[in-house]
Ligand binder design. Structure first.
Ligand SMILES: [Zn+2]
Length: 326
């Protein structure tokens, strides 16, 4: 169902996506005749019209949007904020790190250059990296620039419709990702941090080499696990209720993945790409190769911090091997 009223004046709007993810959920809160949104959907052809239609189905119009809050910088969450702001004058709130990351993406080629260097070092082929760079150039259009009117900060709260939402910092999927928590209703809007069926992609942050995405992701999950939550409203997939159960599944998934990576390295030193091919198969397109490389790389960074693996440079590539015992 494309529009579902989860409780009075809180709606889940499902927008289509062209990827394997298939859709993204935007949450709309109504109060005093105005509408507040959490996340926006991407600026892909036609998506803004779908969003307008969904808001009409709620009985409101796009001009009624007074506030937009954003969980993180990815285009499927922030892409339409600029267009909404243009037609409705809405206030846009976002974590500061995420706003800066969007700015860095919009500026020229530097970021794309960094992605290219990283992908080559991690073992992707020159052809794949070329394909990847052109995909990222196109992807830039999926986010329309907007003006941030305020930043979402840990420990503060934000009002969406009639609900008071606490801002919970959940770095991992992206460095400044936040979830919103309504203590009164026991509702957690989890963005991409906790999803019902898949684990979110965890990537190196090329603007912050010291950031440890997987450690941060798992730590933030443990904090969420202790919150009294009745229902989780994720950015992809259906709402669900058993948050502690889902957190435990995700944690054991990452433990298993570390084990698989250790097993691959047990047969000899490898690049992230070589391990990614073993884990995810040889038939990935360039974009999915990058996702695979990142997924492997963030686990390798943890294994390195634990003293289980070391990285060495071989020519232009970064190769990981098991640390000799003793
Ligand atoms: Zn995301």
């Amino acid at each position: 169902m494309p529009v579902k009223e989860i409780m009075p004046d809180l709606f889940r709007l499902v927008l289509p996506m062209p990827f394997r993810l298939e859709h993204v959920n935007v949450y709309a809160f109504r109060g005093n005749g105005r509408v507040s949104l959490l996340d926006t959907g991407p600026n892909f052809p036609g998506t803004f019209d779908v969003l307008k239609e969904r808001i009409r189905e709620m009985g409101n119009s796009i001009e009624d949007i007074g506030k937009v809050a954003i969980t993180h910088f990815h285009a499927d969450h922030a892409g339409l904020a600029g267009r909404i702001q243009e037609v409705s004058g809405a206030t846009v709130l976002i974590p500061e790190i995420e706003y800066r990351t969007i700015g860095a993406y919009q500026e020229g080629e530097e970021r794309i250059g960094r992605i290219g260097v990283f992908s080559l070092e991690q073992g992707m082929s020159e052809d794949s990296v070329r394909e990847l760079k052109s995909a990222f150039r196109m992807f830039r259009k999926a986010t329309v620039p907007f003006r941030a009117d305020g930043f979402l900060r840990e420990g503060e709260s934000v009002r969406l419709g009639a609900m008071n939402m606490e801002i919970v910092k959940t770095p991992g999927h992206s460095r400044g990702h936040v979830c919103l928590y309504c203590r009164e209703k026991g509702i957690l809007l989890s963005g991409d941090h906790v999803l019902p069926h898949i684990t979110p992609n965890i990537s190196a942050d090329l603007l912050a080499p010291d950031f440890r995405p997987l450690t941060s992701f798992l730590e933030a999950l443990r904090v969420l696990r202790d919150l009294p939550v009745r229902e989780v409203l994720p950015a992809h997939g259906e709402p669900f209720t058993d948050l502690p159960g889902r957190v435990d599944e995700i944690c054991s998934h990452h433990r298993e993945r570390k084990g698989l990576i250790m097993a691959a390295l047990n047969k000899g030193p490898k690049t992230s790409m070589e391990i990614g091919t073993i884990l995810f198969g040889p038939d990935l397109d360039a974009f999915n190769q990058l996702l695979a490389v990142n997924e492997v790389f963030v686990h390798l960074v943890e294994l390195e911090a634990e003293g289980a693996v070391v990285r060495v440079r071989e020519n232009e590539k970064v190769v990981f091997r098991l640390k000799a015992k003793g």
